[in-house]
Design a protein around this ligand. Structure first.
Ligand code: OGA
Ligand code: NI
Length: 363
């Protein structure tokens, strides 16, 4: 984009500390140039709409967790469904996961409440300091001339499941604590099921402490006056081991499946699980971390993502493809690396890379 001062626009926007919501409130008819993306990054592919296509096979796999803890037969079916979905889609929907609908609704409402507060209330949290556990920002690009996304995020990082509740904004403190409690329980279930789906003992992933920390991203995508010129979240794969996402009734998430963008329609009460880059690496590509994005829309949308990453204790331990999954015919595709090193990679390059996988790839 030529003919405008990127650095100046960035600085001006950043200094408002009002996020994209501030722009939406100003009721502009045109969005600032900073937010305009090149057409090739927008709706370049035809969008497959599974609900319109009339082809049930095109819809994201939905896995019903009912009875998974009590009935061995059910558990085997679920493990097999997870294995297939994690291999072929990298994404799946979970229903009957045990999280009460009221808890989910309260978390979505609290996200909205936080972001819709007056700017003055949100300002103390506005920061791009990666060491801050609780912060609000708009994920601005770090690379010069890159476009910004039409989204604000409140992130709350629970290292080894711990975060002082007093650090949380009062607008959503109670709801975040309650929701995170359930996310931790579900994370334990997922660690067992994913271990079993890899053909490993149930406690394998729990033992390597690869998902013991949680970053909660409370995403707010304000209504956009020119949704076709920008994007809510550009194409990326998650850097995590596992992500559990809850979206409201609006929809807008798209995943890249068989080289085509596909809508993931909202389904009340369901959660969306997706495999992150770290899981793809340690599973030696058995499970796939799939690229996804969020479109900008003329209506506002909220979503809450729980990103599961290693325990603090695992910071100094190397991660590498799980030995039990390797053989002469199936050699390691990635080298070993420290999680600390992996984080540094993202900190310096985050906006410029869509994935760290190639960095560790050896075959
Ligand atoms: C993310 C993400 C999707 C959504 O935060 O990494 O992909 O629907 N969010 O908000
Ligand atoms: Ni994501």
């Amino acid at each position: 984009m030529v003919g405008y001062d990127w650095a100046k626009e960035m600085k001006e926007f950043d200094s408002t500390k009002a996020g994209v919501k501030g722009l939406a409130d100003a009721a502009l008819s045109e969005i600032p140039k900073l937010f305009i993306h090149s057409p090739e990054f927008l709706h370049s592919n035809p969008i497959l709409k599974p609900t319109d296509a009339g082809d049930a096979q095109l819809d994201l796999p939905t896995i019903d967790f009912q009875g998974v803890a009590e009935e061995q037969g059910r558990r085997q079916v679920v493990v097999e469904e997870i294995r297939k979905a994690a291999q072929e889609w990298g994404f799946f929907r979970i229903v009957n996961h045990g999280i009460p609908l009221e808890t989910m609704d309260a978390m979505l409402d609290a996200t909205k409440l936080f972001h819709e507060q007056p700017t003055e209330e949100k300002k103390p949290f506005y920061s791009s300091d990666s060491s801050r556990r609780v912060k609000f920002n708009s994920n601005l690009p770090v690379l010069e001339n890159n476009a910004a996304c039409w989204r604000d995020v409140l992130s709350c990082v629970f290292l080894d499941d711990q975060l002082d509740p007093q650090d949380l904004p009062s607008a959503c403190r109670k709801e975040v604590q309650e929701y995170v409690k359930y996310m931790i329980e579900l994370r334990e279930v997922m660690a067992e099921l994913l271990s079993e789906a890899l053909g490993l003992p149930s406690d394998h992933l729990s033992n390597i402490e690869c998902m013991k920390s949680q970053a909660l991203a409370c995403n707010y995508y304000p209504k956009c006056p020119q949704p076709h010129k920008t994007i809510g979240s550009s194409k990326h794969s998650d850097t995590t081991f596992l992500t559990l996402l809850m979206q409201d009734s609006i929809g807008g998430l798209q995943i890249l499946h068989n080289d085509e963008w596909m809508d993931v329609p909202a389904a009340r009460g369901a959660l969306i699980a997706n495999i992150g880059d770290l899981m793809q690496i340690i599973s030696n590509d058995r499970f796939i971390s799939v690229e996804h994005r969020v479109v900008a829309q003329s209506v506002q949308r909220v979503s809450v993502a729980s990103f599961f990453t290693p325990s603090l204790k695992a910071m100094g331990k190397p991660f590498e493809p799980i030995k039990e999954l390797l053989s002469h015919e199936n050699p390691a595709l990635y080298r070993e690396f420290l999680f600390r090193e992996y984080c540094e990679h993202y900190k310096t390059k985050f906006q410029g890379v869509t994935s760290a996988k190639p960095h560790y790839k050896i075959r």
